[in-house]
Design a binder for this molecule. Structure first.
Ligand code: PNS
Length: 161
């Protein structure tokens, strides 16, 4: 059974995350989506809200793909979370060359810490490859329309905040 870990802050989950997660479903039998607790210091959505949001957004796609989906929070090293959940793959999305520089460094250091865990990069689909949760939060806080960047469900939750 191939288990993948897709980590992130997901504050909130965007169409960019959904692109990567949906495509990652074809690579694994089980996908663990890990919500990093300490990655965002002052989150808009707390961890429980982020987990509920991800489950709502992805449960049906996972079911359709026949992949077990587990959404959980983590606080600590990525390699430790991967090992704990028996994940042999860490999935990360790449939007740009800037992402690559940072991700390549993390991947190399993670591999030094645990050589049995492989990181797989998926290049973002161009239509959603520019989206950042940080900018989505900023646009929302300033009264802008976030519908090109998040699902209608997440948009509603952001409006409530
Ligand atoms: O949403 P992001 O910013 O892409 O998510 C970042 C996250 C949570 C994946 C990152 O902060 C992370 O990997 N945290 C775990 C800490 C860790 O393992 N650090 C060492 C990496 S070499």
């Amino acid at each position: 059974m191939r288990i993948g870990l897709y980590p992130g802050s997901f504050d909130p989950i965007t169409l960019g995350h959904k692109d990567i997660i949906t495509r990652a479903l074809s690579l694994v039998d089980k996908l663990v989506v890990g919500v990093g607790v300490s990655a965002t210091k002052k989150p808009l959505f707390n961890v429980e809200e982020r987990i509920a949001m991800i489950e709502e957004e992805l449960a049906s796609a996972a079911k359709k793909a026949g992949v077990e989906l587990s959404v959980l929070s983590f606080d600590g090293l990525l390699v430790d979370v991967a090992q704990k959940h028996k994940a042999s793959l860490i999935v990360r999305g790449l939007r740009s060359g800037t992402d690559f520089e940072y991700e390549a460094q993390m991947t190399a250091m993670n591999r030094k810490m645990n050589k049995d865990i492989e990181t797989v990069f998926l290049a973002s689909t161009p239509e959603v490859g520019f989206i950042s949760s940080t900018l989505v939060r900023q646009i929302s806080a300033m009264g802008g329309d976030v519908s090109p960047f998040v699902s209608p469900y997440v948009k509603k939750l952001m409006e409530k905040k």
